[in-house]
Design a protein around this ligand. Structure first.
Ligand code: PMV
Length: 341
């Protein structure tokens, strides 16, 4: 399809937290995973992204700062794909990219350690397509968002989404689909517990690459994570938090175990992380139903029902959390009428 439209568009998307993690790519260029993953979008945290072509002030600005070269090149690589998909000639693409302005802001502190990149790239994919005259299409948006950051493909639709790993070499069958909408489990809460504001030493992208290359446990990780997906879907359908919580913990421990077995070892756990997550078993024995998941960073996210959220928050604070953010399932990512300046 050829279009000459090069306008302006803005989209908003929530970050997501994986209950079955994505950890390792079978294709680094197309960002294709070895295994499927499953996550929940987190409101009220949100990222807004504006794409404006033929701007008088081109450049990529993230959270009020000029983007680093590595961030900027990932943004421009995604826009390059969107331009090709809309039939722009190779000769016009360089000029288009030199004159595009991308602005992105998050409404949550970066210290939360929750990658704003998933929400940012999801919003970027939607805004990019719209600014080029394309209508909404969640599958196309999910595939495009995946090229920015794998987990971003799970932030297009709200509620619970599963990223099916697919098998095609071109990645056409590797995108996320909705497993249950944002209103499916109204009592469910996710409490982000910020135990450390330190930036992680090894980014997910590098950590997973090293794990794939050097961890002898990696094949077992892939097999076990893939097998958890249908079980997780069943527990979500049944709103069975005890089973889903246990599954999320098991999956997080296994992701960290395969990383710990890399050479050199990759340890994302801080003493404060362990203090909190090791306290949960006792809390459960004492009648507080709470479980954790943990991405490639020090800050656990607790799964709990709304009636136990304030107790979970007290527990997190007592174990050393400096800040907590209480989240519920987020809605679908959406286009906005007003743009970031
Ligand atoms: O999409 P990336 O490159 O930010 O990697 C995400 C990796 C984890 O957050 C650890 C797991 C996941 O599935 O979100």
């Amino acid at each position: 399809m050829t279009t000459s439209k090069m306008g302006i568009a803005t989209a908003a998307a929530h970050p997501n937290i994986a209950l079955v993690k994505y950890w390792g790519k079978r294709d680094e260029a197309q960002l294709l995973p070895f295994q499927s993953s499953l996550s929940l979008t987190l409101a009220p945290m949100e990222v807004k992204t504006t794409v404006e072509w033929q701007s008088r002030a081109p450049g990529v600005t993230l959270h009020g700062q000029p983007a680093k070269a590595s961030e900027s090149s990932r943004v421009l690589a995604l826009l390059d794909v969107a331009l090709k998909q809309t039939g722009h000639a190779a000769s016009d693409i360089a000029a288009a990219l030199a004159n595009v302005r991308v602005t992105s802001v998050a409404n949550f502190p970066m210290a939360a350690g929750l990658a704003s990149s998933a929400a940012g790239f999801a919003a970027l994919a939607i805004a990019a397509r719209s600014s080029l005259g394309l209508g909404r299409d969640v599958v196309e948006e999910s595939r495009l968002a995946r090229l920015g950051s794998g987990s971003a493909c799970r932030s297009i639709e709200g509620g619970f989404c599963a990223w099916r790993r697919g098998s095609a070499a071109d990645g056409q069958d590797s995108y996320a689909e909705s497993v249950a909408g944002p209103t499916h489990w109204p009592e469910l809460r996710m409490l982000v517990a910020v135990v450390s504001g330190e930036e992680k030493a090894v980014k997910s992208r590098d950590g997973m690459r090293e794990t794939v290359k050097t961890s002898p446990y990696y094949p077992a990780w892939v097999e076990s994570a893939e097998a958890e997906i249908p079980r997780a879907e069943r527990f979500i359908r049944e709103r069975d938090l005890t089973s889903l919580g246990a599954l999320a913990e098991r999956n997080a421990w296994r992701m960290h175990a395969t990383s710990l077995a890399a050479d050199p070892p990759l340890c994302y756990l801080r003493p404060e992380t362990l203090a909190l997550i090791l306290s949960l078993e006792k809390a459960r024995a004492g009648g507080l139903p709470v479980w954790f998941t943990l991405d490639a960073g020090p800050n656990p996210v607790l799964l709990v029902e709304s009636k136990h959220a304030s107790e979970a928050e007290k527990l997190a604070r007592a174990a050393g959390a400096k800040e907590t953010i209480l989240c519920h399932a987020g809605n679908d990512a959406r286009l906005l009428d007003s743009h970031l300046s």
